[in-house]
Design a protein around this ligand. Structure first.
Ligand code: FAD
Ligand code: NAD
Length: 489
């Protein structure tokens, strides 16, 4: 007889494992099914985020930034470093240890909360009535190699995440043509590194390997740069990334083909002016390794979508309402596999909200106040609407802006590039968006999120005492700037 649970969660990324823990906290018997295996072939919980995403990328970005500081920034502090070198295999094993610590930690958390953990691919089979005939019970097959098990659950939470979008003319082998998994596992910096896509992954991976010594060229299809960000932030970012960080960024390109030989990979493309359509006039980029970072697609492979008639939208995401309910009774979906930003914290909060809904509480996620962070140097972070979006919606707004250059803590750090911008409704002064580029803005954005979640006005932030000297004073001054009363500018 198959085991029976109140809730079966399929996927143990930040959406799934967090949902499972919250379900268990709320007294629901819960199983979490996940198929991820680490490079040693062992089950490894935590999904993309812990295994090949957020955590390993941030570990390596930190290591590479330390190297960059020692090589180029310490001298300004009077610190001399001689014979500096970098040991990339050591850097990688530090990253692997951090990953193993967290993936093992998820296993411990599931156990501590009495969540049953099953390894294998979860497939929805069918729903049938329970013994009382009043409630649907779902059957899920869990397949691990040759072994097949079946479990039953009253509620299902699908958290199967996403996989990298592929380009048919550039098949990823993770040896020379890499996706995020390969980009986070190189044991030496290639001399010439190409990156297709100047999105979040392209910029983070490009920055990481540039700091470790590669010559990095990023090719972006769209004519603009970082279109998701505020226009002024994107402009400042492009200036700093190209002039100071040494990234080569070309936008508005169209790839016509990729050729590989034993020694190198050649990307043929036309540039923004359309030059290089064919033959000799084609633009060519010759590199040793190529990272493909052209977005991610929702992952429903093996889930049994067809078996049960689970509705997908025209882009392949599982269709859900604002409470993450799918078209099937008692079946929810959260995280990268549904609409909204593909971010770990969004996945987790949806997981918590769904667990609370199942337990009879009111679960809710405000998709309008989800913070974005890009961990480049300087970092980029925002929450809410940008000026382009406000103009398009015809909203009248006021803006206040303040540079890190005029901030004592930023000067002490020696990180003075960037600014904070506060956008507030012209009439009510309610904050509509806050945009940041500068040092540690990944940490500063939390204040902006709290302000927006509490429907604050810019004056609220302007009246709050901020510690001196701290980077947070830049947000304070930007809020003061909304009414043209910033002090230090
Ligand atoms: P996932 O983390 O993808 O987890 C899904 C899990 O489900 C996987 O373990 C998968 O094996 C399993 N699964 C799939 N199908 C089945 C099935 N049928 N049966 C059993 N198991 C199944 N986000 C941030 O917020 N901050 C960052 O700094 C950040 N950095 C990133 C860096 C990189 C390089 C990448 C690639 C992504 C990054 N992200 C970041 C995005 C973040 O990783 C995702 O948004 C997040 O992992 C989504 O969580 P999820 O639970 O929806 O899915
Ligand atoms: P992305 O959507 O951020 O960027 C992909 C880029 O590739 C876009 O600019 C797109 O125009 C470009 N592109 C698409 N097709 C192309 C082509 N044929 N030639 C050239 N350029 C092309 O996607 P990503 O960078 O792959 O990251 C995927 C997602 O992972 C992100 O959207 C984000 O949700 C998540 N992520 C988040 C973080 C973070 O929070 N710091 C870090 C990494 C990834």
């Amino acid at each position: 007889m198959s085991k029976s649970f109140d809730v079966a969660v399929i996927g143990a990324g930040p959406g799934g494992y967090v949902a499972a823990i919250r379900c268990a906290q709320l007294g629901l018997t819960t199983v979490c099914i996940d198929e991820w295996k680490n490079p040693q072939g062992k089950p490894s919980l935590g999904g993309t985020c812990l295994n090949v995403g957020c955590i390993p990328s941030k570990a390596l970005l930190e290591s590479s930034e330390n190297y960059e500081r020692a090589a180029h920034k310490f001298s300004a502090h009077g610190i001399k470093v001689e014979g500096l070198s970098v040991d990339i295999p050591v850097m990688m094993s530090r990253k692997d240890k951090i990953v193993a610590g967290f993936t093992g930690g998820v296993a411990m958390l599931l156990k501590k909360n009495k969540v049953a953990s099953m390894h294998g691919c979860g497939t929805l089979l069918k729903a049938s009535k329970d013994e009382s005939g009043s409630h649907d019970v779902w059957q899920i097959e869990v397949k691990n190699g040759d072994e097949t098990d079946t479990v039953e659950a009253k509620h299902i939470i699908i958290a199967t995440g996403s996989t990298p979008r592929t380009l048919p003319f550039a098949p990823v082998d993770n040896e020379r043509i890499l996706d995020n998994t390969g980009a986070l596992a190189m044991t030496e910096a290639p001399k010439r590194l190409g990156v297709i896509g100047a999105g979040v992954i392209g910029l983070e991976m490009g920055s990481l390997w540039r700091r470790l010594g590669s010559e990095v060229t990023i090719l972006e299809a769209l004519p603009g740069f970082l279109l998701a960000a505020d226009e002024q932030v994107a402009k400042e970012a492009r200036k700093i990334f190209t002039r100071e960080s040494g990234l080569i960024i070309q936008t508005g390109i169209k790839i016509s083909g990729i050729k590989t030989n034993k020694k190198s990979i050649t990307v043929e493309y036309t540039d923004a002016e359309g030059t290089g359509n064919t033959g000799e006039s084609a633009q060519k980029l010759e590199v040793d390794k190529l990272i493909i970072a052209v977005g991610r697609v929702p992952n429903t492979a093996g889930l049994g979508v067809e078996n049960v008639g689970l509705k997908l939208d025209d882009r392949g995401y599982i269709e859900v309402d604002s409470n993450c309910r799918t078209n099937l009774p008692d079946v929810y979906a959260v995280g990268d596999v549904v609409r909204g930003p593909m971010l770990a914290h969004k996945a987790s909060e949806e997981g918590v909200a769904v667990a609370e809904t199942i337990a009879g509480h009111k679960g809710h996620v405000n998709l309008d106040t989800i913070p974005w962070v890009i961990y480049t140097s300087p970092e980029i972070a925002w929450v809410g609407k940008n000026e382009r979006e406000l103009k398009a919606a015809g909203v009248q707004y006021k803006a206040g802006q303040f540079p890190f250059m005029a901030n004592g803590r930023a000067r002490a750090l020696g990180e003075t590039g960037g600014f904070v911008k506060v956008l507030a409704d012209a009439e009510t002064d309610r904050i509509l968006g806050i945009h940041m580029i500068g040092p540690y803005v990944s940490e500063m954005i939390a204040e902006a999120v709290v302000a927006m979640e509490f429907a604050s006005s810019s004056e609220d932030i302007a009246r709050i005492v901020h510690a001196h000297p701290s980077l947070s004073e830049v947000l304070h001054e930007a809020a003061l700037g909304v009414d043209k009363r910033a002090i230090h500018i």
